[in-house]
Design a binder for this molecule. Sequence first.
Ligand code: NCD
Length: 352
Amino acid sequence: MIARPPLSRWSYRHVLDLAAFSQEDYATVLELASRFRALPMSGPRRLPALQGRLVTTLFFEPSTRTRSSFELAARRLSADVQSFSPASSALAKGESLLDTARTYVAMGADVLVVRHRCAGVPAELARDLEAAGCRTAVLNAGDGLHSHPSQALLDLFTLARHFNPETPTLEALAGKRIVIVGDVLHSRVARSNLWSLTACGVDVVLCGPASLLPDAFAQFTHAPPPGQAQDLVAQRGSLRIERDLDRALEGADAVMTLRLQQERMKEQLITSLEAYHQRYGLSHRRLERCGKSVPVLHPGPVNRGVELSGELLDDPSRSLVEEQVRNGIPVRMALLYLMAASEPASSAAGLS
Ligand code: NCD
């Protein structure tokens, strides 16, 4: 049993993007994820919170971590879980994505966890389902280059836990300097992290070649989030670009590196993998520039020896990559709990 979290603060039916999240929203997710993470790892690990609920994963793009992490999270909350595979589905017979989704809604899906290679598809689906009178929640598990909310939230939780293991709150993050290096252009993870980190008072330094990090990213969080007249976050952390990795690392508190997403590149955007590693790859030696021992994050999958050296990836005293994977489960439990349990039919059983 864990104490009932403060659901009254949660106002979202769908989680599509983090641009409009307030500091209170981040605090709610971190608090709940901490409680789920603290549950004993042995003995009965299931909470009855989502008993009788159905979580369906609709992944139109490959995934190793995100999909299985969502499915495990749903099972740990006692939800039924159903997963859709495009290759063996009626999509191949020409069924539309909306009709496919409605098929799962007709089977009783309470939450659809959706990944798609095109930006905006989960949001369109949420709109179409609402227009059709369905109460099903849509959770974006990565759409094109746009957004990957659960990944950024698990990154935030991992960083907060690293800085303050006892109390992984927003206060643990404020004023930290975090470097994001690599293929920012093709990264929905980086875009979501820019919203979440700056909202929590982190100063972000972006690093990468101009072909993978256009100058415009320096203004990414300056205008109000899309569709909003005003930013709900009064004072965001700063954001700047530093093209030289050694300079970017000076004084950093953590470094996040991103996969080179060659499958999304329409043309050659780097001269060679060797040259890329030389300039933007992380290694123990390179991290000495930070002036202190700092952790390294990567959303995975990793190109070993490209974004970071194999030795660094395998060094548990520096690499938080496996910790990110572990934290994905309590963070996704938190999201599923908040979404499914805040619906009127909620049976938040087991949380007193
Ligand atoms: C990321 C993604 O799919 O956006 N991976 C993930 O979800 N862990 C990043 C990537 O593919 O490089």
